[in-house]
Design a protein. Sequence first.
Length: 168
Amino acid sequence: MHPTKIELLERFARVVEEAVGLHARMYPILQREQAAVTDRDALSRILAEKEKLITRIQDLEKRRAEMLAALAEILKCPREGLTLARLSRRIDEPHASRIRSAGEKLSQLVRRIQEANRRNRYLIERHLQLVQETIAFIESRRKPHQVYHRTGEVRRLQTTGGVFSGKI
């Protein structure tokens, strides 16, 4: 038995509202991720939590897309380009308001999450670069610098101080 248009709209509104809730849970995780950039154990725990939430979001997104396709068919409109805002203009209240409101909240959350992800990626890449430069510096101090002299013998050069990065 196929659900009625009203039943499908009700289930769809609940799915979109659930997506808002899951996305709202992601932002604090990203804030904790930012604070844990230098703590490998904490970062690993946070990344595992983030992955679980991403999996739930992806599963919910798949359900939402399937339901949206079914709604497009019922409403006899093309699925391509059918956003939550456009859908809300094609349906009656109270579902129109619920879906429009959830869609606006979801858009805001997605923008915040994208910005937090960009910020965290930069911090993690910068931290990794500093670690790599530190390792390179330590390695360069461990190995004596050797050069061949005109006579063919190998001479060690004196090691001197250096900097971690050419960008100070």
